[in-house]
Design a protein around this ligand. Structure first.
Ligand code: GRF
Length: 199
């Protein structure tokens, strides 16, 4: 029985595209829903073109009512009966109630070598710190923002003269490689750490 995967996005969905493209043939999972908090998210159109069901729960009408937004998110998700949820460029902070409900079934990709640089502006912070390497991490989502058990990491060198944009552009292709690899293992019940290094 293939595992059912829902993917949450907020924007272009480049990671979502790679995840959807990877779930073919003998892969133990299949995408069942792409869900965004932004009805205009470009990734929704891309997912629909790939034949994946899409839905948007606009977070703006809920204002500061995170619980109300998440209740609607949960209603939509439960209809899709996901076994696994992948956050992929999803930019809303989730409450402990939501992360507890999906604990053990929800992954996220974060553009840093966690536990370094939780939160935003990770590439700029790595440059400001003078780091010689940077990268991305796939982890299980817990109530500890960007702090759950690490399932995979990919490392890239920081190059002299790097800007945050250039560094982000070097990390993103590694995200696209790492996330599908971790999902394939995770969907098969394997949580062995994956470590990639870009020369
Ligand atoms: C990526 O850098 C990812 O690490 C972060 O959001 C950015 C955009 O992701 N979570 P995507 O192109 O929407 O997948």
């Amino acid at each position: 029985m293939k595992k059912r995967v829902a993917i949450l996005i907020s924007g272009g969905g480049s990671n979502m595209i790679k995840l959807v493209e990877s779930m073919v043939g003998s892969h133990p999972a299949r995408p069942v829903l792409v869900l965004s908090n932004d009805p205009e998210a470009e990734g929704l159109k891309r997912a629909a073109k790939m034949g994946v069901a899409t839905f948007a729960v606009d977070h703006r009408p809920f204002g500061k009512d995170r619980a109300g937004f998440e209740a609607e998110l949960t209603r939509v998700l439960e209809k899709a009966r996901p076994d696994i949820i992948c956050l992929a460029g999803f930019m809303r902070i989730l409450t402990p109630d939501f992360t507890a409900k999906w604990a053990g079934r929800m992954l996220n990709i974060h553009p840093s070598l966690l536990p370094k640089y939780k939160g935003l502006h990770t590439h700029a912070r790595a440059l400001e710190a003078g780091d010689t390497e940077h990268g991305c991490t796939v982890h299980e989502v817990t109530e500890d923002l960007d702090g759950g058990p690490i399932l995979g990491q990919a490392r890239v060198p920081v190059v002299a003269g790097d800007t945050a944009t250039r560094l982000a552009a070097r990390v993103l292709p590694m995200e696209h490689k790492l996330y599908p690899m971790v999902l394939a293992r995770y969907a098969a019940g394997d949580r062995t750490l994956i470590e990639l290094t870009q020369p």
